[in-house]
Design a binder for this molecule. Structure first.
Ligand code: SF4
Length: 209
């Protein structure tokens, strides 16, 4: 699951979790993780490999041999639920991509449309991968909240693309990435608009970059 800098800092602050405990860089040479939405970042140890900033995966306890989002809390398998059930362990602070899944705007940007979600999450045949993602029905989605979540997710991903442009000018070690994010995101609120130029140049973000 690709995440933005805003997701990283919110999870750190609200959930008290350390960056390297829940986030990772995921090599994405073919663009399958970014899917033309998430930005690619480059790092000095592998300067030609594009990476996406993602949630970490953990081994599943319910389904040995498979992996799941590190925040997914699994419940025991029962006779009624042979594949088990699970819940998001950070539901209130889950990343924007999770909040807006599985939606996109229609071509005019006015209405929210459900993605055509595949029947299984991965090519792997294990039945656990039929649990998530799964196809949704329109009546399962809050028609007031969903467009707002989607708008914020789009806005933040767009900003994160600017962050990637700034970082990729001089790629550094992944160990320096969190401090870079903090510098940028903690400078997003300005006392007045005429200070924006100084703030933008201080953090190195510029749409013209
Ligand atoms: S909704 Fe929660 S459990 Fe699911 S991918 Fe997002 S953070 Fe992980």
């Amino acid at each position: 699951m690709p995440i933005t800098g805003a997701d990283v800092l919110r999870i750190e602050r609200e959930e008290g979790r350390a960056f390297d405990e829940f986030a990772c860089r995921w090599a994405d040479p073919e663009g399958r993780v970014a899917r033309r939405m998430a930005p690619h970042f480059f790092f000095d140890d592998e300067p030609h490999t594009p990476f996406v900033i993602c949630l970490r995966h953990d081994a599943s306890e319910t389904h040995p041999g498979t992996t799941k989002c590190g925040f997914l809390v699994e419940r025991e398998v029962t006779q009624e639920q042979p594949l088990g059930t699970a819940r998001c362990g950070i539901h209130a602070n889950r990343p924007l991509a999770c909040r807006s899944f599985p939606m996109k705007f229609n071509t005019t940007g006015e209405l929210t449309v459900l993605y055509d979600v595949p029947q299984r999450g991965r090519k792997d045949e294990h039945p656990a991968y039929t649990l998530c993602p799964r196809p949704w029905r329109a009546d399962e989605v809050d028609p007031l909240q969903a467009p707002q979540d989607l708008a914020v997710a789009k806005f933040e991903m767009e900003f994160f693309r600017s962050v990637a442009l700034a970082w990729n000018r001089t790629p550094r070690a992944f160990g320096e990435f969190l401090e870079f994010l903090r510098l940028i995101y903690l400078n997003r609120v300005l006392a007045s608009e005429n200070r924006s130029t100084a703030a933008v140049s201080r953090v190195g973000i510029s749409r013209a970059a």
